[in-house]
Write a protein that binds this ligand. Structure first.
Ligand code: PLP
Length: 397
């Protein structure tokens, strides 16, 4: 039997056992939080409790922030951008598609470049903010990049933005649950998180926003979530997301100690081939993420070979035709296309062991040796299989 090694936590994590238990205990109850009766009141208290747990995990003081539950971080990010469609919106060139795509539809969007390590150019941000004539400005910058793991200096960004009366949003999907931070430390006005990136269920996310901000809804109807998102709340998934918030301390500790395992992985890779490029390894990254090349071997061919070896990793951007597109994150960092096309992302989970890394390295070396010896026909067949199997999602998660 092929060994299974899951190294794709940034795409989705498995559900924590305690969360699964919580969810299972609620599955069959008739919970509609809008109902007046006791079952409804119980549902409402589950949601309120989850809201409080999540706000507390971020150091939120009572009343200072509101939390809106959504179906995903994608929905929360879209809500933010659509609320500022009439404003000047400043985003980085390495945002997730759920910011990038809606923002590109807004006429006032300004894209700020990043340096070769993927860090936002703060001087350019300040310059562009100073040029803006709009009295409504939004700065939205991804906290930790999903592909490279690069962490932005969010509090510095917030300081600059606030100086120009801009509101600040951060997509903290890859930071929440992997990095220790509080509202006070980052000082943003809005923040997006996603449950399934940190041990919770898929299908629930949240937008947290300063309680004095007036946002308008994208979805109208029964007026749930203070009118900001109509539709009966998914009590079960929300409870699961809330439960994650109560379990974060040991998880954050585990992520903290992952730096050593990642350093081991990267060191072993460089021993095999010193020409491997490891992106952003000179700057702060979330501890579980490493993005690197296999010189001369395209990402999609690598992925299918790793898959055959039982290893789940990600690469670039899978387009709807099934082929992997060049990573726009790497291109925007100034990486040559032919180099970016050989990059994959490994993102360790809280369960990854040194043995898993050794297995990955062993397979990496085997695949590399096999592929640079040009087994062309095998690759052609593997590619064909890959074309039919790969997901139709537009971007890397
Ligand atoms: N933002 C970032 C940085 C992500 O990595 C993802 C994951 O795909 C998202 C947003 C979207 O999250 P969700 O799957 O909850 O829509």
């Amino acid at each position: 039997m092929v060994k299974k090694v899951y190294l794709d936590a940034n795409s989705t994590t498995g559900m924590l056992a305690e969360v699964k238990q919580e969810i299972e205990s609620l599955l069959s109850a008739p919970y509609n939080p809008s109902s007046m009766h006791s079952a409804g009141r119980r549902a409402k208290s589950i949601i309120d409790n989850a809201r409080e747990e999540i706000l507390t995990s971020l150091g939120g003081k009572r009343g200072e922030y509101n939390l809106l539950f959504t179906s995903s971080a994608t929905e929360a990010n879209n809500l933010v951008i659509h609320n500022f469609a009439d404003a000047d919106i400043f985003i980085s060139s390495i945002e997730h598609a759920s910011i990038l795509k809606p923002a590109k539809e807004c006429v006032g969007t300004v894209v700020i470049k990043v340096d070769g390590d993927g860090r936002l150019d703060l001087n350019e941000l300040e310059y562009k903010l100073a040029q803006s004539k709009s009295d409504r400005k939004l700065v939205s910058v991804i906290f930790a990049n999903n592909e490279t793991g690069v962490i932005q200096k969010i509090s510095d960004i917030a300081k600059i933005a606030h100086r120009y009366n801009a509101l600040v949003h951060t997509d903290a999907v890859q930071a929440y649950g992997k990095l220790c931070f509080t509202f006070d430390e980052i000082d943003v006005d809005m923040l997006t998180i996603s449950s399934h990136k940190c041990g919770g269920p898929v299908g629930v996310g949240a937008l947290i926003y300063r309680s004095d901000l007036a946002l308008y809804p994208q979805i109208l109807g029964g007026g749930q979530e203070k009118g900001l998102r109509s539709g009966t709340e998914n009590v079960v998934l929300i409870a699961g997301m809330g439960r994650v918030a109560t379990l974060l301390q040991p998880i954050l500790h585990l992520y903290g100690s992952m730096r050593d395992l990642r350093a081991y992985l990267e060191q072993r890779l460089l021993e095999i081939n010193p020409d491997i490029q490891i992106f952003s390894n000179a700057v702060l990254r979330i501890p579980n993420t490493s993005c690197f090349t296999m010189p001369g071997v395209s990402s999609d061919v690598q992925l299918i070979h790793f898959d055959l070896a039982g290893i789940c990793v990600s690469a670039g951007a899978a387009c709807s035709s099934g082929r992997i597109q060049t990573s726009s994150v790497l291109l925007n960092m100034g990486v040559e296309k032919n180099v970016a096309d050989t990059a994959i992302r490994v993102s360790l989970t809280t369960e990854t062991t040194k043995e898993d890394i050794d297995y990955f390295i062993e397979k990496w070396q085997e695949i590399y040796t096999r592929l640079i010896n040009n087994e062309k026909e095998q690759d052609r067949l593997v590619r064909k299989a890959f074309d039919t199997v790969i997901s139709s999602s537009d971007f890397i998660h």
